[in-house]
Write a new protein. Structure first.
Length: 176
C-alpha cells in the first residue's frame, strides 16, 4: 500500500506543477507570445491547443471534440487507474507509468474543462521558431515518459516470452 500512496503523492505533485506552470504562462505572457531561452533551439511560448497531440482534431466539429477530448479521456483515466491498482505489486516502472499517464491526463483535462483548450508552452525548434516541434507542457511530458516505460515493459515481456518458450529463466529483468 505504501507504493500506491507514494504514487498518489507523485500524481498530485505533478498535477500541481503542471497547473502552476500553465497558470504562470497565462499570467506572464499574452497568447502567441514567445520568449527565447536558448536561441535557435528553445523558447517559452503561450500556445492554446484545442486538439489532441500535435493539434489533431483541433478543427473538428464541437460534438466530436467534446466526446474525443472530454468524455473518452475521463473513461480512459478510470481504466488506467484500474491498471495502476492491478499492477501495484508488479514492477515499479509499470505502476509508475500508469501513475504518470493519470497525472498527465488529469492535468490536461483540467485545462479542457476549465478553459476549453490545453495550455502548451515548451517550444523546441531548430534555428527558427517556424521549424518547431509542436509545443507541449508538463502533463504531456508525463505521458511521454510513461509511453517510454510502457515500451520498455513491452520488450521485457517479449524477452520473457522468448525465454519461456526456450525453457530459460528471465534473470535480468528489471527489479520490482
Amino acid at each position: 500500500m505504501a507504493r500506491f500512496w507514494s504514487l498518489c503523492l507523485i500524481m498530485a505533485t505533478l498535477i500541481i506543477i503542471d497547473q502552476l506552470s500553465k497558470g504562470a504562462i497565462q499570467s506572464s505572457l499574452y497568447y502567441g507570445q514567445s520568449i527565447p531561452v536558448i536561441d535557435g533551439f528553445f523558447s517559452i511560448a503561450y500556445v492554446k491547443n484545442t486538439g489532441a497531440a500535435f493539434g489533431f482534431g483541433a478543427g473538428a466539429h464541437e460534438i466530436f471534440r467534446q466526446v474525443m477530448f472530454l468524455a473518452l479521456p475521463v473513461i480512459f483515466c478510470g481504466w488506467i487507474f484500474y491498471m495502476l491498482i492491478k499492477t501495484i505489486k508488479g514492477p515499479l516502472y509499470l505502476s509508475t507509468a500508469y501513475a504518470l499517464i493519470i497525472a498527465g491526463a488529469v492535468g490536461n483535462l483540467i485545462d479542457r474543462f476549465s478553459l476549453g483548450y490545453v495550455v502548451d508552452f515548451l517550444l523546441f525548434y531548430w534555428k527558427e521558431e517556424a521549424n518547431h516541434f509542436p509545443a507541449f507542457n508538463v502533463a504531456d511530458s508525463c505521458i511521454t515518459v510513461a509511453a517510454g516505460l510502457l515500451i520498455i515493459d513491452f520488450f521485457i515481456q517479449l524477452k520473457a516470452k522468448k525465454l519461456a518458450a526456450n525453457g530459460e529463466h528471465a534473470s535480468n529483468s528489471l527489479p520490482k
